[in-house]
Every structure is written in C-alpha cells, then in structure tokens.
Design a protein around this ligand. Structure first.
Ligand SMILES: Cc1cc2nc3c(=O)[nH]c(=O)nc-3n(C[C@H](O)[C@H](O)[C@H](O)COP(=O)(O)OP(=O)(O)OC[C@H]3O[C@@H](n4cnc5c(N)ncnc54)[C@H](O)[C@@H]3O)c2cc1C
Length: 401
C-alpha cells in the first residue's frame, strides 16, 4: 500500500480564501476525508461574498450599506464541514517552511495548502486609473460606487437645463457590460428621490472588441439589449489616463464624467504574484493539470489566482466562478487522493453556459449550443444565483453554477 503523504503531525489542510474556490474545496475535502484531515480556512472577511452579483449597483445603493444580500456568514457554513476559520489577511507564504503568515503576525503551518485568493483589479500602468476610478471587484468597492451614484443622482434633480449625470465604465467584458446596463436601467428616482435624472452611461471597450471571447450570437443580442438600455459604446481605443472627473482616451478625446469605473481586467493579488513559482498572465500561479504547483505536490492553486490549461483542449480555463467551483471539486478529490497515496486526476473544464445580465429583467446567454436572451435568460441567471447562495448557506454544493 502507498504511504500517505500527510499525517496528522504534518499539519492541517490550510485553505487561503473563502471565495467560490476556497469554500467548495473545504466542503469537498471534508466530505471525502471524513475527519481524517483537519481543515483551516483563512479569509480577511467573516463572510463569503457573492462576487458574481456585485454589478447590482442599484440594489446595493437601495440597501444603504446593508451587506446581507451579497454575503453568506462563514461561521454558519463552516459549522457543517468541521472547518476552523481564521480571520486575517494573508501577508506571505513560505513554501520551504510550509507556513503562512497573517497580518496579525500569526504563522500557520500546513500539511496541504490551497491558494484560492481570487484576483484584484489590473490597471496596466494607466496613470490615474487606480486613484481615480471605482470598481466592483470587492463588496467594499461596489458599496463605495453605489453611494457615489446614489448621491450624484440625488443632486441631479437640481442640475441646470438638460444636464444628466454621466458614468464611464472602462472595460467591455461581462463585468463592464452588466454594470453599464444596470446603471442605465435602474429607476434612480425610486432610490435617490424625485427628480433624479436617468444617467448617460458610456462603456469604453478599449482596443478589445465588445465582449471579446463570448459566442457571436450572444454578442449580437447583448449589443442590441445594451442599445435599448441607452448605453453608448466607445470601442477601438484604449484609455491613456484618468483624472478626477475625466477619462482621456489614446486618440486625445476626453470623456467628462461624475464617476469612472474600472472593469478592464484582473490579476493575481501581490501575495501570489511574489511567490517564487511559475506564473502566467497577470502573475497568476501556473499549475499542473492536477492543480498542484510544480515541485510542490501538497500545494494547490485554483480559482482566479491560478492559470490553468485544460489538457484536453490546450485552452486556458476562464477566470469565472463556474470554473472555480469545478476546479475546487477536482482539487478536493486530488488532495484526498494524495493523502491516501492514490493517483491524481487532471482537471477538465466543460462550460455549462454563460449568461450576461443586461439591465432589469433582461439578459443574453448561451446554454450548450443554444442562445437565450431577454427575460428567460434573466430568469435563468437569477435562478442560478439564488440556488448558489441558498446551497452555500446550507454548506451544500450548488447544482446549477
Ligand atoms: C461583477 C462580477 C460579476 C461576475 N459574474 C460572474 C458570473 O456571472 N459567472 C461566473 O462564473 N463568474 C462571474 N464572475 C467572476 C467570479 O466572481 C470569479 O471568477 C470568482 O469570484 C473567482 O472565485 P475565487 O474563489 O477564485 O475568488 P473570490 O471569489 O474572489 O474569493 C477570493 C477570497 O480570498 C479572500 N482574500 C483575498 N486576498 C486575501 C488575503 N490576502 N488574505 C485573506 N483573504 C484574502 C477574499 O476575501 C475572498 O473571500 C463575476 C465577477 C464580478 C466581479
């Protein structure tokens, strides 16, 4: 019989990040190891954030700081998996000493390590972008944007003439598109008071085409629904710099605005970028098909922080919650397999479908080869989101996402 590579003396399975990947891998290992592998989950927040719903700026503004609709308390979830929660920010990882250091100075020793720290905004060196834009990649960022939009809308009732608030979204991927449609179609009078004027929303896709990489039919529907929502598209030119109240494009044109939002891309957080291991685009940790790090058989990286190539297609796996959940199931199985001395399996990704929200009650998506759009697509998206958060609260696996 093969020798297990971990034993209780070697330290627990330490999971960094309680996002889509981290929470799922905790559940998978707990289920399969049945108490033989102690689990520790580290996150800076005491809650799991429903990041895929952070484009809902109208609802976040209406909630006036109440985070509950976009979060699941970790204590509630982890109770059911016997996982110990350590709240703190991961400052560094020492792969030689097999330790993780938190901002409190505490060091945690691991037997297995799972790096699932997600991603942060990538500004590509564009001057002023980090300082002068908002983003919806974290709940705190989405709440700041929601407060600014709500206040700008409130003040718009007293604007002279026909002037309307103007919001510029940089990035024509799914996050920028969902956010632009949401801002343009929200009933701001209901949230900010009588006289709030519908905003001008401009979506700057940069040099990349609108919704680059998405199926062509989805793009056609999304473009039409965005047009109906009143969003203007600016494409073919990158942003050169951002100042307070204005976004300047590389062709010299200037877009004055009340707020600019950066949805132009993501990269690995600094703690992952600085690890002395192979990296891919945006500093993502390049992993083997088993999701383990090369030369570190008990360390795994998954979710947005990892660069994963599907060995059956040779293609990079997208940085989505859907992929993060699938990766986490494979990583969980592989951790237990390695513990038991069994052979590990390669990760293979099969996308179930994608749906992009395009304003209140409408969306465009694909399910297998079929394209869906309008209210059925929006209903499907809502159903998938609700089922995921209900399952997460109960410590169960989502069957739809
Ligand atoms: C607005 C928006 C809409 C989206 N819509 C979709 C969609 O419809 N479908 C889809 O599949 N994907 C969607 N995505 C992408 C999806 O949200 C991500 O791919 C997914 O969150 C990745 O999961 P993860 O577990 O890798 O990272 P995350 O879910 O981001 O989790 C990372 C965790 O690590 C923690 N963390 C980070 N750094 C530290 C640190 N130093 N110390 C301690 N804790 C730390 C964070 O607090 C967080 O809990 C969307 C993203 C956004 C922003």
């Amino acid at each position: 019989m093969a020798t297990p590579v971990n034993d209780s003396g070697a330290g627990p399975v330490v999971i960094l990040g309680a996002g889509y990947a981290g929470l799922t891998v905790a559940r998978e290992v707990a289920r399969r190891a049945r108490g033989r592998l102690p689990l520790v989950l580290v996150d800076r927040n005491p809650v799991h954030v429903l990041r895929t719903e952070l484009y809902e700026i109208g609802k976040i503004a209406a909630a006036a700081g109440d985070p509950r609709p976009w979060t699941v308390p970790l204590a509630k979830v982890l109770d059911r998996t016997g996982t110990t929660l350590r709240q703190g920010s991961v400052e560094s990882i020492d792969l030689d000493r097999r330790t993780v250091r938190l901002d409190s100075g505490e060091e945690i020793r691991y037997g297995f390590l799972v790096i699932a720290l997600g991603s942060v905004a990538a500004y590509y060196g564009v001057p002023g972008a980090a300082e002068n834009t908002y983003n919806v990649y974290r709940l705190s960022g989405a709440q700041r944007l929601a407060a600014v939009v709500r206040d700008t809308e409130r003040a718009s009732a007293g604007l002279p003439g026909e002037r309307r608030p103007r919001f510029v979204i940089v990035g024509g991927g799914s996050t920028g598109t969902e956010l632009a449609a949401e801002l343009a179609t929200t009933d701001w009078e209901q949230i900010s008071g009588p006289g709030a004027r519908p905003p001008d929303v401009i979506l700057v896709t940069g040099a990349l085409p609108f919704l680059a990489g998405f199926p062509p039919k989805l793009i056609v529907h999304a473009r039409e629904l965005l047009r109906r929502a009143g969003v203007s598209l600016v494409h073919g030119v990158n942003v050169s710099h951002v100042d307070p109240g204005k976004v300047t494009l590389e062709d010299g044109s200037v877009l004055a605005c009340d707020a600019a939002v950066w949805c132009a891309g993501l990269e690995a957080p600094a703690v992952a970028k600085t690890l002395a291991v192979p990296h891919g685009k945006g500093g993502r940790i390049a992993v083997e098909p088993t999701l383990a790090l090369p030369n570190h058989p008990t360390v795994f990286a998954l979710g947005d922080v990892a660069e994963i190539r599907d060995p059956s297609t040779g293609l990079l796996v997208p940085a989505t919650a859907q992929a993060a959940l699938a990766e986490a199931r494979t990583a969980g199985r592989n951790i237990v397999a390695r513990f038991e001395g069994r052979v590990l399996e390669p990760f293979r990704f099969r996308e179930r479908g994608v749906v992009v929200a395009l304003g209140l009650g409408t969306a465009a998506g694909t399910l297998g080869r079929a394209t869906i759009w309008g209210s059925p697509a929006a209903l499907l998206k809502r159903l998938v989101e609700r089922e995921y958060s209900r399952a997460a609260e109960k410590g169960q696996e989502s069957r739809l996402l």
